[in-house]
Write a protein that binds this ligand. Sequence first.
Ligand code: SAH
Length: 414
Amino acid sequence: ARIIRFHHKSEIRTAPLCKHFSVCGGCKWQHLPYSEQLKQKQQQVYDAFERLGKFAFSSMADIIPSEKQLYYRNKLEFTFTSRRWLYANEIDGDTQIDNLTGLGFHIPGRFDKIIDVEHCYLQPDPSNSIRLFVKKWAVEHNITFWDIRGQLGILRNLIIRNSSAGKVMVILVVSKFFDGLQHLLDAVAAAFPEIISLQYVINEKKNDDISDLEVILHKGDAFYIEKMGILDFKVGPKSFYQTNSYQAGHLYNIVAELAGLTGKEIVYDLYTGTGTIACFVAAHCAKVIGVESIPEAIDNAKENAILNNLTNTQFFTGDMAKIFTNEFMELHGMPDVIIVDPPRAGMHPAVVEHLIVSGAEKIVYVSCNPATQARDITMMADNYSVAIVQPIDMFPHTHHVENVVLLEKIMMAR
Ligand code: SAH
């Protein structure tokens, strides 16, 4: 829906921090005080679980806030545009706008509309400085910005990633090799010594997806190491890593605590991604089996296990509904504890069915969508009871809420 007119604004409404608020899709809840955001997220989880019927609300814990409410992301992808989005006051005013180039974010739902971002509150410095530097340098040297409708121009995307220790990876995506490319990258490297990895991609395709393209190293290392507790994780230009590093540590601690491992268990980590949860719990159980559909993520997971000298992890690639079968469990050992962290759509019914068949004592269900999570849990209601519901805020100023649920096997009367 689109707002046409405000009749009366809520008393709890607060002034959003960002000048791009309302147009940018990034932080849509900035007009709510953080305490209210948390209340709303808690309510979202409550509402989803209330539908379960038998659920005892005493098992619902208070949402864990994010310590950092600003600059909490470790990755942002900006898009270059030759015709940036104009604000109403720019269109109405008489002033001539001579430079229409922009480097920023897509307007939600509008593939061809990009706002030029002056300051983004999502990623710590030097993210803003790097973005502004690249834009200024490119304008001064007449390097063209991408025109998505005409499929013309050189500069396409700028991806910035950072580790908790302040190391920075920059990936510039261009439509073709051009004379000034090395010069531009050298200028960026010279201006920002924090950049320990500077890479570029040549993308001649219509879309912005670089997952099937070669990433070329210009300077530094091809990856950086992110630390979580005593573990090291290797993050490459295409690797998935939880975007709020600090809060990810909290999330994994909750998962480990709820799993209540003693050292003897066989643990399955389904939808393991790059194996981060699997590696996190490996020291506390007999063995961990990680399963995931993206082969490159499984390659990363195996590398992460080696990097951390873990010898009790095994990783498998496959579509969960097809790979997670009775035969799979018989082959790798029946699980005592299963951790699942599916995408927003939740789990395929066949996966839910096999969770029940597994007979695991505990299931820890991590979800970024309490609605599908509650739906899946409803299907298991005869066999598993909800012991603890623990929401956690990973993404302040957005409506997104992460929720962890501990399910315990219901002991059947003989
Ligand atoms: N647990 C991981 C991230 C999980 S995100 C972490 O904390 O980092 C969800 C993962 O599920 C993604 O890596 C995605 O590739 C994977 N996935 C999505 N659909 C899948 C399917 N049908 N079968 C197996 N894995 C799937």
